[in-house]
Ligand binder design. Structure first.
Ligand SMILES: *Cc1c(COP(=O)(O)O)cnc(C)c1O
Length: 391
């Protein structure tokens, strides 16, 4: 099918909530993708950090196919092996105690919110259900996770939003200004992804962790984007030197299937008891099998390679000294590139796309989230397109 036909059908029958780039993707191999008409693209997006082990990774394809042929789904009223195996593996690598599995980032964060409120209710009763979040954060698109998101542009149309969130500037003064006796938790991203790839200060995170412990506020880390190897450790908090009370994950966990969840530390392992939380597809065996294989591929040894690839891309981009691009920031293969005034990040992304390189935008920046398995050859091809397009 040609692109115009694909586009026309989509325009007519799909609700117009996405500002799609004028490209269709039909198939791929690792970080190289092809349109239905056969145009080749180097992929620095991995489907917004989802295709963490690349497209059509043979181990992943095999794991999904084998599990699909065995058991595609069973409810959470019964035991299935992939779910427990995955929970054990994640807890061991993350230093956490137990896992709950869900289907998306927003749903996983909803779980963190319920966890914090239940923890506080059990211990202190009503009136302590407020969760502090940070300005420029992003936590999802449900009514509650929009309320948690610390950006006013997201607080439109869908009134009434869920009560019980206040956002603070990411400094200890900022936190002090919105703190109060009604607070039960702080929820944050260590690198704010959607708003432009902004790593938070390590000293702020340390001080905040101390304050949380003093006040018995749960420290909830949203690692939907930063988690599962993206920043060069399984979870980003492992580089910040903190142990959260609970952490959410989604995007990259199952290498392309819709999956997510959260891990809880010892203090919170029994907070959500029987009947307090559930989701029909949570822990689905195909997704769990895909996640186990994703974790096999993203081994501890592989974490160092991810960090090195990130450094390689960032220094290559800065060394090109392109007229429209400025400094880079981020950790591992979560990279923000400053776009200088004169053109928008979307204009730059469109030009790159025309020449065969897919990148993302976030806030005012270009955002690069390539598959963690991207090869040197694929990185070099992408960099060459960047140089040729933007010089
Ligand atoms: C993408 C993202 C979400 C939302 O995840 P969905 O799967 O789209 O619901 C939440 N938090 C962060 C930090 C994200 O990057």
């Amino acid at each position: 099918m040609d692109f115009q036909t694909i586009k026309a059908r989509d325009d007519q029958y799909v609700v117009h909530t996405y500002n799609r780039f004028p490209v269709d993707i039909d198939h791929g191999k690792n970080a190289t993708l092809w349109s239905a008409e056969g145009k080749e693209y180097i992929d620095f997006t991995s489907g917004i950090g989802v295709n963490s082990v690349g497209v059509a990774n043979p181990k992943w394809v095999d794991a999904v196919a084998v599990q699909a042929a065995k058991l595609g789904h069973m409810s959470n009223l019964f035991y299935t092996q992939p779910c427990g195996a995955l929970a054990e593996r994640l807890c061991r690598r993350a230093g956490m105690s137990a896992a709950f599995f869900a289907n998306s980032g927003a749903e996983s964060n909803e779980g963190l919110i319920k966890l914090a409120r239940k923890y506080s209710f059990d211990k202190y009763g009503k009136g302590r259900g407020t969760i502090l979040t940070l300005t420029n954060s992003f936590h999802g698109r449900t009514v509650t996770t929009l309320a948690a998101t610390g950006q006013d542009v997201f607080h439109n149309y869908f009134f009434p939003f869920t009560d019980g969130f206040r956002s603070a500037e990411p400094t200890m003064d900022g936190i002090a200004q919105v703190a109060g006796h009604d607070v039960c938790a702080v929820m944050l991203e260590l690198i704010q992804g959607e708003s432009g790839v902004w790593p938070l200060e390590q000293s702020f995170i340390h001080d905040l962790a101390v304050l949380c412990a003093e006040r018995d506020w749960l420290l909830l880390v949203d690692e939907v984007q930063t988690g599962i190897g993206r920043t060069g450790t399984l979870f980003c908090y492992q580089q910040y030197g903190i142990l959260p009370d609970a952490v959410s994950f989604a995007k990259g966990i199952a290498g392309g299937l819709p999956f997510g969840g959260f891990l809880v530390g010892e203090k919170c392992r029994n907070v959500l008891g029987l009947g307090t939380h559930a989701t029909t597809f949570g822990g689905n065996p195909i997704c769990a099998a895909a996640a186990l294989t994703t974790l096999d591929i993203l081994s501890e040894e592989m974490m160092g390679e991810i960090a090195d690839k990130g450094k390689y891309l960032r220094s290559a981009i800065e060394a090109m000294d392109l007229p429209c691009l400025g400094k880079t920031r981020g950790l591992g293969l979560m990279i923000g590139v400053e776009v200088k005034p004169g053109q928008t990040n979307r204009d730059v992304a469109m030009k790159l796309m025309d020449n065969g390189l897919l990148v993302l935008t976030a806030g005012p920046a270009l955002r690069l989230l390539p598959p963690l398995t991207i090869t040197k050859d694929e990185m070099d091809k992408g960099l060459a397109i960047m140089k040729q397009t933007l010089s």
